[in-house]
Design a protein around this ligand. Structure first.
Ligand code: SAM
Length: 244
């Protein structure tokens, strides 16, 4: 997967790419990240990427020309890549969008700044606008990093152990069960005994119940869309009767 990131702050991505999952994907040849400096596609001596909004008002707007020139320089065809604009007005990013994007060959991500990007870029050059949540950041770079990290870890081979992504929260519509590690007892706090029992069926049942319980208590909105079998529904009925 190639990520081309159109930004006025290409150095923003340096440190995050030096460690963790993205670096692992890059070293394995599964991911390649190409930060593109939009100022390299300006034609004035101040390398200007913004201008005042038509109609007046506060702030500046990102000009369309440097973005279009940067896109042209990538020589992508529509079948080859998806062009994404990071924007608080976009579709709210989630795990199923991450999974959808993880099968693409190339993602071009445009990072806005100032009051945002001239609407004509969105209208004529973008396949999808993505928001990472209902709040406003100063720029699209942190949002692009969120998308790269969530998509990158779903590319086969990047995580090493594919099961860990399969069981993650949201992957099967509900939250993940709680996790414990050594020591068995810490400051008098015990690990649930079933996890030490060696009984794999009992552990799987416990985990499913805890995953449903966490989802019911923390994110009941997810349960409406999750794929639940009759046993899950029975467990949920019991959980609803328990005091939280
Ligand atoms: N004036 C815009 C509005 O109210 O919708 C906000 C512009 S914001 C200050 C500058 C840039 O940050 C945006 O163009 C976008 O690229 C990025 N950005 C801000 N919040 C974001 C979010 N929640 N998700 C994705 N990108 C965001």
């Amino acid at each position: 997967m190639i990520f081309d990131i159109l930004t006025i702050f290409p150095d923003f991505f340096r440190s995050p790419l030096e460690g963790g999952i993205l670096r692992r994907g890059i070293e394995a040849g599964l991911i390649s990240v190409n930060p593109v400096n939009l100022r390299d596609f300006t034609s004035d001596r101040h390398r200007t990427v913004d201008d005042r909004p038509f109609g007046g008002g506060e702030g500046m707007v990102m000009k369309p020309e440097p973005i279009l020139k940067a896109l042209d320089s990538l020589q992508i065809s529509p079948l080859d890549a998806k062009v994404i604009l990071m924007s608080p007005r976009g579709r709210v990013f989630n795990q199923s969008i991450a999974a959808e994007l993880s099968v693409e060959r190339r993602l071009v991500i445009i990072c806005g700044r100032y009051e945002g990007v001239d609407q004509r870029i969105s209208d004529h050059c973008v396949d999808m606008e993505l928001s990472i949540g209902d709040y406003v950041l100063s720029g699209g770079e942190a949002a692009a990093l969120v998308v790269m990290e969530a998509v990158g870890r779903l590319i086969p081979g990047v995580l090493g152990c594919e099961d860990s992504a399969r069981n993650d929260s949201f992957s099967n519509g509900i939250l993940e069960y709680p996790q414990y590690t050594r020591p068995r007892r810490f400051r008098g706090w015990e690990v649930p005994p079933v996890l030490l029992s060696g009984d794999h069926a009992a552990i799987a049942r416990w985990r499913r119940r805890e995953a449903l319980k966490a989802t019911l208590r923390r994110r009941p909105d997810l349960l409406g869309k999750a794929k639940l079998d009759p046993e899950d529904l029975r467990l949920l009925d019991g959980l609803k009767e328990e005091r939280p």
